[in-house]
Write a protein that binds this ligand. Structure first.
Ligand code: PLP
Length: 387
């Protein structure tokens, strides 16, 4: 008899355009100059100080031991110091901060602490897939809430049906938002904290894009809201801020109970990130104020070039205040999957179809600003040919 996959495995949503990597390989093999603006994975370099710290730490045998959930203590202390410098919030480095293996890992595993069979989670649609994935793996059910342009892509948690709110264990919010590039005002976050407190819901605030913001805008931490530590866990990542996607390092911050619960779940799953990577992450945080503005400026230039070039081709694209994404209405019949497929097959440009990020993303495609300005210009011209 053949081993059978578990039921939960079949609950994962199908991924439109799962064949993209294969098509891309075939096009490249045929000599097509493919421009990949699909994944949020920029071509820019990490801070030199982080690279140096990694090399140095890797040479120290003590750093090659298991990190466990404690990890490398100076990393926790550097995170705590940065959170205070950046947001003015104080977090105990050992009880209220946890090293994670990229924020995706932490986000997915946190669901195991709070969600079980019969429980719902409130998930932005479109949204980052680990909200759905973590919920399903924990045996719960994601309740997708469409993000609409007329609401500024803010999840309308105060309009949810009463029975959904009663069954909900987690509300996932992510601003600055992937994929819509929307940002949330502080009073919205205050109302979200209040809503979660009133209903005993954990607020998972995904702040992966907190540092990629333009024109003087400074995204807040959820902990700038009074009392948020009682109901919220916030996730941070080195992937976007420091171009360290492959390094797999981030942190969770929150009240001691939630952070302790996540640490306990993780203790059954992993044994900590390589401590040399944690040393590199500390070095990145320590050069943050000196290094990040230049990196943000590179994304700002790309944003402006791409917006102008896409508008010149007739796309109706807004200027985002944050993130490394443009969220663009699909011209014509509005079908994102067929548009993205044509973009790749006919023009050699990879974009993310909105529907790949949830049914609420239909009608849009996402451009990641992961290539230099002249490549973005070229991509916009090619996309204009199928618009
Ligand atoms: N959260 C959101 C909304 C993201 O879009 C991403 C990356 O695409 C992450 C978190 C970062 O994930 P990680 O730290 O696992 O690289």
């Amino acid at each position: 008899m053949k081993p059978q996959l578990a039921g939960r495995f079949h609950n994962f949503p199908a991924y439109p355009l799962a064949d993209v990597p294969q098509i891309k390989r075939e096009l490249i093999a045929r000599g097509v100059d493919v421009i990949d603006l699909g994944a949020g994975d920029a071509d820019l370099a990490p801070p030199p100080a982080a690279v140096r710290a990694l090399v140095e730490a890797a040479a120290d045998p003590a750093m090659s031991r298991y990190g466990f959930q404690l990890g490398w203590p100076p990393y926790r202390e550097a995170v705590s110091a940065w959170m205070e410098r950046r947001f003015g919030v104080r977090l105990d480095p050992f009880r209220e901060i946890l090293p994670i293996i990229g924020s995706k890992e932490g986000i997915a595993h946190l669901a195991f602490c709070y969600v079980g069979p019969g429980d719902l989670t409130i998930v932005p649609d479109p949204g980052y897939q680990p909200y759905v994935g973590g919920t399903l793996l924990a045996g719960g059910e994601p309740y997708l809430v469409p993000l609409r342009p007329e609401n500024g892509f803010l999840l309308p948690f105060d309009e949810l049906p009463g029975d959904v709110v009663r069954r909900a264990k987690i509300l996932y919010l992510n601003y600055p938002n992937n994929p819509t590039a929307a940002v949330a005002p502080l009073d919205y976050l205050q109302r979200a904290v209040e809503f979660c407190r009133d209903h005993g819901i954990l607020l998972v605030y995904d702040n992966a894009y907190s540092e990629i913001a333009f024109d003087g805008y400074r995204p807040p931490s959820i902990f700038e809201v009074e009392g948020a530590k009682d109901v919220a866990v916030e996730f941070h990542s080195f992937s976007k801020t420091y171009n360290m996607t492959g390094w797999r390092i981030g942190w969770a911050a929150g009240g001691a109970e939630a952070i302790g619960a996540l640490s306990r779940v993780k203790a059954f799953v992993d044994t900590g990130q390589f401590m040399a990577v944690q040393a590199a992450a500390r070095a990145a945080l320590e050069c943050s104020e000196a290094w990040v503005p230049g990196n943000v400026e590179a994304f700002r230039e790309r944003r402006d070039v791409a917006v102008d070039a896409l508008r010149a081709q007739g796309f109706d694209v807004p200027v985002p205040r944050a993130t490394m994404y443009l969220w663009v209405p699909v011209p014509g019949d509005g079908r994102s999957e067929s548009f993205a497929r044509r973009a790749l097959v006919e023009q050699g440009v990879v974009v993310m179809p909105g529907a790949a990020l949830g049914p609420g993303g239909e009608g849009f495609f996402r451009v990641a600003l992961t290539q230099p300005p002249q490549r973005l210009r070229e991509a916009a011209e090619r996309l204009g040919r199928i618009a």
